[in-house]
Write a new protein. Structure first.
Length: 398
C-alpha cells in the first residue's frame, strides 16, 4: 500500500509544487518520508522566486485591466488557495508522512494475515486526472466558441488563467479527494482485519487462541487510533483551504445563478433555448461547483461510515462472556471510538463537513437568491451587475 500511495502521490505532489501549494524543495528520502532537501537550497530558492514572480506578474496584468468586482474576486480566490496551503504546509507534510508511517505499521500486521490492502490504483487516478483535464479543455473550447474574444494576445493568457472554470479548483479537488480516499481505504482495511477474527471473539480450537485474539484486537485498536489522529492532522492541513474553497464556491454559485436569472428577466424576447446555449459555460460551471462540493462531502461521509463500522462489530461481542484480557481491549476500543467521534473533519472549525452541510447550503442558497432578487433594484446590486456586464462587453463580441 505504501508503494502504491507513493507512486500515486508523486503526480499530486508535482501538481501542488507547480501551483505553489507547497515548497519545491520537498522530496522523498531513502526512508520513504517526505522531507525538505537541504542540499540544493540555492536552486530551489531560485525556482521558488521564479514561480512566485510569474504568479505575481499574472496577477498584476489582470489587476491593471480595470476595476471589475468579478476580476478582483477571482484574484482573491486564487491567492486564498495559495496562502492557505502555504500556512498549512508543515501540516500537509505531516499528513503525508503520517499515512506512510501508518502503512509501514500496517505492513507488519499484514504479513500474518491474508488481507488485501485496499487502495485506488495509479491507473484509476490517471483516468480521473485525464477526465478532469479533458473537461477543462472542453470548457475552454466551448467558452471561446460561444463567447468570441475581441482581443486574443499574450496578455489574454493571465485573464484565462484566473477565469472560470478556475484551474485552482481542479488542483484543490484532486488533492483533497486523493487524501480523503486514501484515508477511507485504510479504515476499510482495518475493518477487513477485524473480519478475520472469530465470531464473538471466542477462541476456537486449532485456529485461534486467546493471546492471538487479544494481540490482533489490540493491533487494530492502536492502528484505528493512529488513523483517527491522521484525520486530525488532515483538519489542520486542509481545513483552512476547504473553508476558503466552500465559501468562495458558494459566493460564485449564488452570484452566477442570480446573473442567469437576471439575463432571463432582462431579455424576455430571447427564447429559453437560446439563453441556455448562449450561457452554456455558466451552466457547466455551476454544475462543476455542485459536483466538486458534493465529491468532498460524500468522501468525508464515507470515511465517517467506515470509521464507525467497527462499532457494530464491537457491539456484537458479548463482553460479559469474554476473557478478562479480551474484555479489557474491547472496552478500551469502545471508549477510544466514543472520544474520536468528536473529531470530525471540519472547515477549520467553522462547520463540519458532512451530509448535513448539503441541507445547510441549500437553505443558504434559497435565502441568498431570494434576497438578491428582492434587492435587484438596490444601487449596490445594480452597480455589481453593471460592473460585471461591462467586463463581459469589453472582452466578448456580441
Amino acid at each position: 500500500m505504501t508503494s502504491v500511495f507513493k507512486s500515486t502521490q508523486l503526480p499530486i505532489l508535482i501538481l501542488c509544487k507547480v501551483f505553489g501549494l507547497i515548497n519545491l524543495s520537498y522530496t522523498f528520502e531513502s526512508t520513504g518520508l517526505l522531507v525538505q532537501n537541504n542540499t540544493n537550497t540555492t536552486q530551489y530558492a531560485l525556482l521558488e522566486i521564479i514561480r512566485m514572480c510569474v504568479l505575481i506578474m499574472f496577477t498584476y496584468i489582470v489587476y491593471c485591466r480595470g476595476f471589475y468586482y468579478i476580476v478582483y474576486f477571482r484574484l482573491v480566490k486564487f491567492w486564498i488557495v495559495i496562502i492557505a496551503s502555504r500556512i498549512s504546509e508543515l501540516w500537509i507534510i505531516k499528513l503525508i508522512n503520517g499515512i506512510i508511517e501508518f502503512d509501514q505499521k500496517l505492513a507488519l500486521l499484514s504479513t500474518a494475515f491474508m488481507v488485501r490492502r485496499r487502495s485506488l490504483s495509479k491507473k484509476r487516478w490517471i483516468i480521473i486526472a485525464i477526465s478532469l483535464f479533458l473537461y477543462l479543455v472542453g470548457y475552454e473550447v466551448c467558452a471561446l466558441n460561444l463567447w468570441h474574444l475581441k482581443t486574443l494576445d499574450i496578455t489574454t493568457i493571465p485573464v484565462l488563467f484566473f477565469s472560470m472554470p478556475y484551474i485552482t479548483d481542479f488542483v484543490v479537488i484532486i488533492t483533497v479527494s486523493f487524501y480523503l480516499n486514501n484515508l477511507n481505504y485504510r479504515f476499510q482495511t482495518l475493518n477487513d482485519f477485524w473480519k478475520c477474527l472469530p465470531s464473538g471473539l471466542i477462541p476456537t480450537r486449532g485456529e485461534w487462541t486467546q493471546p492471538e485474539i487479544v494481540m490482533l484486537v489490540e493491533s487494530i485498536r492502536l492502528l484505528h487510533a493512529k488513523l483517527s489522529e491522521i484525520l486530525k492532522i488532515f483538519n489542520l492541513s486542509y481545513g483552512l483551504l476547504l473553508l476558503g474553497f466552500f465559501v468562495c464556491s458558494f459566493i460564485d454559485f449564488i452570484y452566477i445563478f442570480y446573473l442567469m436569472i437576471y439575463h432571463e428577466l432582462a431579455s424576455p424576447k430571447v427564447s429559453f433555448t437560446q439563453n441556455i446555449i448562449k450561457y452554456l459555460p455558466l451552466h457547466m460551471f455551476t454544475f462543476q461547483i455542485i459536483v466538486f462540493m458534493m465529491s468532498i462531502i460524500v468522501a468525508v461521509s464515507w470515511i465517517k461510515e467506515e470509521k464507525n463500522r467497527i462499532i457494530s462489530y464491537l457491539r456484537l461481542c458479548r463482553i460479559s462472556k469474554l476473557p478478562v484480557d479480551t474484555k479489557l481491549q474491547v472496552k478500551m476500543f469502545l471508549n477510544q471510538i466514543t472520544i474520536s467521534d468528536f473529531d470530525e473533519i471540519t472547515a477549520f472549525g467553522f462547520f463540519n463537513i458532512n451530509l448535513n452541510l448539503v441541507i445547510a447550503i441549500l437553505i443558504l442558497l434559497i435565502t441568498g437568491l431570494a434576497s438578491l432578487i428582492q434587492m435587484r433594484n438596490h444601487p449596490i446590486i445594480l452597480t455589481m451587475v453593471n460592473n460585471t456586464l461591462s467586463f463581459y462587453k469589453i472582452w466578448v463580441l456580441n
